[in-house]
Design a protein around this ligand. Structure first.
Ligand code: FAD
Length: 472
């Protein structure tokens, strides 16, 4: 008989959280801390969603999405999680760019970027200051029609080198393009520029284990291997429960951390929604997906300081289509030193490239495996420029593709960074369609990434708390 992963679960809770990505975890923790009974349901055997890791023979532990996040995580973790979690957050100071237009190293903050853009690229200080101030002052309520391309044209016309410096890391961070609304760029870029790029010392597994302990302390009922099949909605269009692993569990409110489109079309069903809303939801575009190559060195083998994040490109200029192409010419390398995981003697490298799901989804198995091999070979060839004897030092190597991300995260098309901007409105308006149903998770570019997801979890849990306290 298969194991009952819901053994001992109650018949009903105040809130059911579907999915344990950073937004779901944060919502569950805040709501339990506020005194509500919370059931957290995760379909995978591990918590964390895309904030995840995997272990391989030889003692290698690879982080999947721990390349870097803005300083805002410090405050959010301190306030909504614990001081101990916040204390593990440290700055990555070695951010490098190597491409045909420039070669430089930076701490990736406003002061250093100002220095580089004025001295290396020769842009007047006044223009640079105005650009930073403009980006910093952007918010959700600004004009959403202006594109990032137009923003750059206004400040740095004809300067593809400056645009590359400003845009390439953000495209890697959240898949955004020059045609996305300028406000999405301004908000995310300014988040990074406030203090630089940060990481979690100890690795994602340690973060998630600390979060799990905190949730348990606050009374969250955590269940893994529990895939929600249905959100139950009554005739008044209010949530009444979920169907999970063949069992019904009642609740007053639901936070869905599943993909917004899956939540609407698979879990709720459009027969429960206004037609216009369903159409709007259908039109939401997903962000792109990713390929990664994970490399573990033999125990004790390492390399000299190469920085922490290296934006490598052989492409003549910034070109987002080229960055998505299977014919890879741009990669980001994350170098993980033993200090990343205190007590370890391992040097690890993860190479990331943005990728289109459609380029990988329907390859016949043989071609798919061959393409993964090509991806690995191309990555090693590229890496040899920085670590000439990488092949001799290597102990383990493996590639993931958009298909891998779709399989593990259940995100449609393996989308790594949620949806394009319009997804935010659809996500925010869900409670107006179905009473008690909320969505928290990567949407709208600005709510994606580790910081965006945590903060969206905070915003949504406050809404849920208000509803529960009001007894609605
Ligand atoms: C390769 C890669 C690299 C990245 N690098 C970075 C980075 O360096 N910095 C950064 O800030 N961000 C990065 N990101 C993005 C970041 O990881 C995500 O934006 C963030 O973790 C998403 O959190 P989320 O709350 O939206 O939920 P998700 O992580 O999407 O989690 C959703 C959860 O819901 C579960 N679920 C779905 N449906 C159901 C169901 N029906 N029943 C039960 N459970 C369900 C899923 O299993 C999953 O656990 C990266 C992402 C990828 C893929």
């Amino acid at each position: 008989m298969s194991k009952d992963f819901l053994k001992g679960a109650k018949e009903a809770y105040d809130v059911v959280v579907i999915g344990s990505g950073l937004a779901g975890l944060t919502s569950a923790n805040i709501l339990a801390r506020a005194g509500h009974s919370v059931l957290l349901l995760e379909h995978h055997y591990q918590l964390g969603g895309m904030a995840t890791w995997f272990k391989r023979k030889g003692g290698h532990i690879f982080d999947i999405s721990l390349h870097g996040f803005p300083a805002g995580m410090l405050k959010s973790c301190r306030k909504y999680w614990t001081q101990e979690i916040a204390d593990h957050i440290v700055q990555l100071k070695g951010i490098r760019f190597e491409n045909p237009q420039f070669s430089l190293r930076t701490t990736f903050d406003r002061d250093d970027f100002t220095r580089i853009i004025t001295t290396k690229f020769g842009i007047p200080m006044e223009t640079v200051s105005r650009f930073f101030d403009t980006a910093r002052s952007m918010n959700f309520f600004d004009d959403q029609r202006k594109t990032t391309r137009e923003l750059f044209e206004e400040f740095f016309p004809g300067r593809s080198d400056v645009v590359r410096l400003l845009m390439e890391p953000i495209t890697y961070a959240n898949g955004s393009t020059l045609d996305d609304p300028a406000i999405t760029y301004g908000i995310v870029f300014s988040n990074f520029m406030s203090k630089g790029v940060f990481t979690f010392k100890g690795g994602t597994d340690h973060l998630i284990s600390l979060m799990k302990a905190e949730m348990e302390k606050n009374g969250v009922d955590i269940r893994i291997r529990c895939a929600v099949d249905k959100i139950e909605v009554n005739a008044d269009r209010k949530v009444t429960g979920v169907v999970v692993n063949g069992r019904r569990i009642g609740c007053k409110a639901i936070v869905s951390n599943a993909n917004i489109k899956s939540t609407i079309f698979n879990l709720v069903g459009e027969e429960n929604l206004d037609k216009a809303y369903a159409e709007e939801a259908r039109a939401v575009r997903l962000n792109n997906s990713s390929c990664q190559v994970y490399m573990g060195l033999k125990p004790g083998e390492g390399f000299d300081d190469l920085g922490d994040l290296l934006f490598h490109s052989e492409h003549s200029g910034f070109d987002e289509q080229a960055m998505l192409s299977r014919n890879v010419s741009s990669r980001t390398f994350s170098f993980y030193y033993p200090e990343t995981r205190p007590g370890s003697n391992r040097w690890l490298i993860v190479s990331s490239t943005n990728a289109n799901f459609s380029d990988w989804a329907h390859l016949p198995e043989e071609e798919y495996q061959a393409s993964k091999k090509d991806l690995i070979e191309g990555t090693l060839n590229c890496l040899e420029r920085y670590i000439p004897d990488i092949r001799a030092k290597l102990d383990y190597i493996e590639a993931s593709t958009p298909r891998t991300f779709e399989f593990y995260t259940r995100h449609q098309q393996g989308a790594s960074f949620g949806t394009k901007f319009e997804g935010l409105k659809v996500s925010q308006e869900l409670p107006q369609q179905i009473g008690g149903l909320y969505h928290a998770g990567s949407v709208g570019i600005i709510m994606s990434g580790w910081l965006g997801a945590v903060n969206y979890g905070v915003i949504v849990s406050n809404e849920v708390d208000k509803r529960l306290v009001a007894g609605a």
